[in-house]
Design a protein around this ligand. Sequence first.
Ligand code: PRP
Length: 204
Amino acid sequence: MGSRRPSRRAERRRKAEGADVQENWEILIPAERIAASVRELGERLSEIYRGRRPVVIPLLRGGFMFAADLVRAMSTDLQIEFLGAASYGEQTTTSGEVRLTLDTTLPLAGRDVLLVEDIVDTGLTLAYIQQLIASRKPASLRTVALLDKKARRIVEASVDHAVFQVPDRFVFGYGLDSPGGFGRNLPDVVAMRPDPETESTGGR
Ligand code: PRP
């Protein structure tokens, strides 16, 4: 009995699950460009926080890689705390619901807080987290985001420094996960290629 080609439906399902995701993406921002821009931002932030001791808060999970590189590019004394938030589950578009998955342990009152986000898409996560931090009365709150996808914003969320503007395509790598939940360890930011049938690459 000869082997059968998978049906188009099965093929689509496999793609949606991210099974053959490598065939479907292309590099959007190469690692070298990310490294240079993150270093530059680290130097700017070192100037801004000179003589102060900010609390840097990577937003997990996606922000871990950007934050790790950013703090190593900063020469100021700083502390690290973590916040975890999730809005998507395993889907490719936002559920519209933000959940806090991890909270900070240090008091933030009177501190200079630097929030480090991987991507701002609808703005729902950032708006929620900024409100949470503001309620703890920090001396200042500054937000940096590696990627800013302005086209999909539905709520106002202020980003002080966005490293790269990205088009409305599903992006992952360098900390961000693919539709199947993988890809965070890719050194580049990559983007899904348009689906030949629907032309869609939407979602984060
Ligand atoms: C992603 C990303 C941002 C958020 C942006 O997180 O890391 O935090 O979505 O989307 P928004 O602007 O539409 O709210 P996700 O919920 O996928 O969790 P993760 O960081 O653990 O991957």
